[in-house]
Design a protein around this ligand. Sequence first.
Ligand SMILES: Cc1cc2nc3c(=O)[nH]c(=O)nc-3n(C[C@H](O)[C@H](O)[C@H](O)COP(=O)(O)OP(=O)(O)OC[C@H]3O[C@@H](n4cnc5c(N)ncnc54)[C@H](O)[C@@H]3O)c2cc1C
Length: 471
Amino acid sequence: MPISYDVVVIGAGTGGYVAAIRAAQLGMKVAVVEKQKALGGTCLIWGCIPTKALLEHAHAFKVVQNAREWGVMLPYGAPAIDMHQVQARKDKIVTGLTKGVEFLFKKNKIEWIKGTARLAGNGKVDVFVGDAQMLQAKEIIVATGSAPRSVPGVEIDHRRIITSDEAIHLKEVPKSLVILGSGAVGVEFASIYRRFGSQVTIIELLPRLVPIEDEAVSAELEKSFKKQGIVTMTATKVTHAKATDTGVELEAQSADGKAQRISADLLLVATGRGPVTTGLGVEALGITLDRGYIAVDEMYRTSVPHVSAIGDVIAMGQGVHPQLAHVSSMEGVIVAERLAGQEVQPINYDHVPSGTYCDPEIGSVGLTEAEARERGYDVRVGTFPFGVLGRAKMAGETEGFVKIVADRRYDEVLGVHMIGPRSTELIAEAVMALRLECTVEELIKTIHAHPTFSEAVGEAAHATHGAPIHL
Ligand SMILES: Cc1cc2nc3c(=O)[nH]c(=O)nc-3n(C[C@H](O)[C@H](O)[C@H](O)COP(=O)(O)OP(=O)(O)OC[C@H]3O[C@@H](n4cnc5c(N)ncnc54)[C@H](O)[C@@H]3O)c2cc1C
């Protein structure tokens, strides 16, 4: 007889484990099947946490490199990076957090079944690798996430042509690194390894870096990367890449048809991630797929009753579903609450913040200026540079700006886009502003503490009305 649960979750990433905790909090009997040796999924083990830990190391190195400016004397010459210690510290952080999820499972009496699962129909979940057994569930939540994918002509060999899964574990700093793709993952690794000493080249198919961000943010990042010695090749397509014993040989073609050959120690493919559904039994069960992702409605119901799906593995409507940890977690909470019979509201995906932790950092929420114009708003924008602020001067972090996109008619804030110091933290105020349908006037009247980086938000609001105080 299979063991029965109210909810069985497949996958313990930030979607699955949060859904499990919320369901257990609401009184349901919950099991989670996870095939990795640790809980937490891509975010904790391969993604957000290791990359941001490496970025903190890069930031620390930058401060030490500028020690003289701070009046700190280093008696033993130029500082150097010790990758062994960097990796050890990063791994300790990852382990601490994954153990934390294990603790939360125990606290909430959630059973972790260690193995690989597939859907077997009629509420059955077949754990066919690991702790093999059949489970019976009233409700199933699929949260199997995503995995790196490549582009035609580029075969990942995990040695010379690598993905983020390998890039977080490098024991040595490569002399030269080409990064394919300038989304969040690409530009974050560019910042990490450039700071550690690599010659970094980013190749992006689209005409600008971080193509989903506001155009002004892309331009500012490109300017800063150039200053830092990161080579950026936009509107360029890699047509072929070949691993050799000593490195990688690449062929690339720019928009005007000009072909180029590039050699490097390593090629990091950061061109996006595809859904993990292989062997899951979704097709056999008749679950509708959309471009390979599991199609869900706004309440995360799949086409099969009592099977829901959340996180990186889903597609919702025509647009691109954001593959972000906090999105998967919020979806997990919503599904758990719906299954518990609570009244829940769909997520407004226009209000999903995004943080990109490159140097300088990017934080954004809502419509870009171009998107707002496309939707027919009478747009007005205001921009304020961080460099004017006392706090930025003290920190020696004067790059970047805050840009507000607003609707002239009702004065509503439609989007906030920032690049510069602490942007990934400062964006929280903007997220709340959008959620509360805040006007620019209300942001102006909101008192921002002095001296803080957050003053740039208040000043950008003033600028949107045409009159920043300190400019
Ligand atoms: C390098 C990198 C950096 C990132 N940085 C950020 C960031 O800073 N901020 C942010 O918000 N997002 C970031 N992301 C994205 C974020 O990690 C994902 O959006 C998030 O992890 C998605 O969560 P999920 O629960 O949907 O899937 P996942 O985290 O991928 O979890 C899925 C889990 O399911 C398990 N699984 C799959 N199939 C089975 C099966 N058949 N049986 C049992 N278990 C199975 C997998 O082992 C995995 O643990 C980053 C991603 C990468 C790659």
